[in-house]
Design a protein around this ligand. Structure first.
Ligand code: ATP
Ligand code: MG
Length: 334
């Protein structure tokens, strides 16, 4: 029997290169061999966007179109909307007894996201909601509602998988062996960096190149990308390893070109402007087929609705089945 995998995305903006070259490559690859549940995590997006329901609503369909554009095949993958699976919300309530508040505060991903929010919105510890602090519990519900064995994610998600495993162990030790302990599945490139040199390209970080960016936007973003700060003049030799332009060349350019760019950069025979222009051309070339595939769905939005409806119906069946087992184990199966 095929193993089950579950992964999710928050509908807070479009897919970016981090998704595509990080976790996304695995999603496309794994869809052939696994029973795949791909969650559009609108409830999780609402934890820190509860006051902006329009944004979340709009991005559910945007994300769905992006996923189809990168090659997710709806015949192989159950793409579903989290809020339409009430069993996930139920499980979240049950699991909330199995995790301490101190443990959630110590979760490294939650910790860094809270720090990031404070940096962006000021030092208001009070503004962190119960829902936001608890989102790892809801993520454990996402995974276990489908008995997900593998979770293909980026590196930033590892502490959340660990938290889920702890909840599973606790549940099973109290109520009996019902839940599976999931494993993270990382891609070779575990984390894609941002245009600003930040370790992570992220929607919330404002440092992303989106798959839907038009040529003018890509032009502007790449022209503003961080290069070696020690290179002042066009002919100064530089260190490509600290340059984001070189970093993205490695993603979208061929290896001969990349080797040549590296050598010329080190020698000082390559100006940054020329290097950026070449990257812009390669980036546009790379994104073209993705945008073309997306166009089909933009022109026929009812196709996307249908795909989400079917994926959600299948996901619901599976989650209902799991809920029966959970309630029986917890002795609340009236
Ligand atoms: P947000 O800032 O709203 O959290 P995000 O850019 O982090 O958005 P998510 O929807 O949270 O995107 O992430 C979905 C999946 O994509 C996760 O598995 C995450 O690890 C992966 N991912 C996101 N950004 C990157 C990145 N820069 N490199 C590799 N994987 C990434
Ligand atoms: Mg994230």
């Amino acid at each position: 029997m095929k193993k089950t995998i579950l992964t999710g995305l928050r509908p807070t903006g479009n897919l970016h290169l981090g998704h595509l070259f990080g976790a996304g490559q695995n999603w496309v690859k794994l869809q052939d061999d696994y029973n795949f549940y791909l969650e559009i995590a609108d409830v999780q997006a609402l934890t820190d966007n509860f006051d902006n329901p329009d944004k979340v609503r709009k991005n559910v369909k945007e994300i769905a179109m992006d996923l189809l554009a990168i090659g997710i095949d709806p015949n192989k993958v159950n793409m579903f909307i989290q809020s339409q699976i009430p069993e996930i919300a139920e499980l979240t309530v049950f699991y909330s007894n199995l995790v301490t508040i101190a443990r959630l505060h110590r979760n490294p991903t939650v910790k860094s996201e809270i720090a990031q929010k404070k940096e962006l919105f000021g030092n208001e510890g009070e503004s962190i909601t119960y829902g936001f602090l608890g989102y790892p519990v809801s993520q454990a519900a996402d995974i276990t509602a489908f008995n997900g064995e593998l979770v293909p994610v980026g590196e930033d998600q590892l502490p959340l998988i660990e938290q889920c495993r702890e909840i599973v162990r606790k549940f099973n030790s109290i109520y009996g062996e019902v839940l599976l302990e999931p494993q993270a599945y990382l891609s070779k490139t575990t984390r894609i960096k941002g245009l600003d040199g930040n370790d992570k390209m992220g929607k919330s970080l404002g440092n992303a190149i989106y798959l839907v960016d038009d040529e003018a936007t890509i032009n502007k973003k790449i022209m503003g990308a961080i290069t070696d700060p020690n290179k002042i003049k066009k002919d100064d030799p530089a260190n490509p390893d600290v340059c984001m332009v070189y970093y993205y060349h490695k993603l979208v350019n061929n290896s001969d070109n990349v080797n040549q760019i590296c050598a010329e950069c080190k020698k000082g025979s390559r100006g940054c402007v020329q290097c950026k222009k070449e990257l812009i051309a390669k980036m546009n070339e790379y994104l073209e087929p993705i945008k073309k595939r997306r166009q089909k769905y933009e022109d026929n939005p009812e196709l996307v609705d249908e795909i989400l409806k079917e994926g959600t119906a299948k996901a619901r069946e599976k989650a209902k089945d799991q809920m029966l087992k959970v309630k029986k184990a917890m002795k609340i199966d009236y």
